[in-house]
Design a protein around this ligand. Structure first.
Ligand code: CU
Length: 149
């Protein structure tokens, strides 16, 4: 019993600094003016990144929620956003069957909530677009780019 506990603790202590050293956390606010607080994020190819999306809005979630969706380099972002609208609230405004167009995404968060996603940045340098798929937000300009270089 004690030996198991000791081993578990030892493993945790060994693992923690590695995780802390690898994943850089970038905090992004989703704002009421339908913008992300960070519209350009620069990362290294293959870097492990945690995106923490925060929604500080006081507007009800039904009217002002946000997510953060990083699109693949060859994704059709406009088609994806249209499909997201059709997918609706019950699917978190994420279309099914289009996973190949998404590199990473957070959940949809309402005011006072946050959600994080950890992923490996693409190894291919370039610009990768990210958007919010809540109805109307991408069209209004809620987007940004992840620059891999
Ligand atoms: Cu939004």
């Amino acid at each position: 019993m004690f030996k198991k506990l000791f081993m578990a603790t030892a493993v945790l202590l060994l693992a923690l600094p590695v995780v802390a050293a690898q994943a850089r956390t970038i905090e992004i606010d989703g704002m009421d003016n339908l913008r992300f607080s960070e519209e350009v994020i620069t990362v290294k190819p293959g870097e492990t990144i945690t995106i923490k999306l925060v929604n500080k809005s006081k507007i009800p979630a039904i009217a002002m929620s946000h997510n953060w969706v990083l699109m693949a380099a060859d994704a059709d972002v406009h088609a994806f956003d249209k499909a997201a609208l059709k997918a609706g609230k019950d699917n978190g405004y994420l279309p099914k069957g289009m996973d190949d167009q998404v590199i990473a995404h957070t959940g949809m968060v309402g005011g006072g909530e946050s959600d994080s996603v950890t992923f490996t940045a693409p190894k291919t340098p370039g610009d990768y677009e990210y958007i919010c798929t809540f109805p109307g937000h991408f069209a209004a300009g809620m987007k940004g780019k992840l620059v891999v270089k």
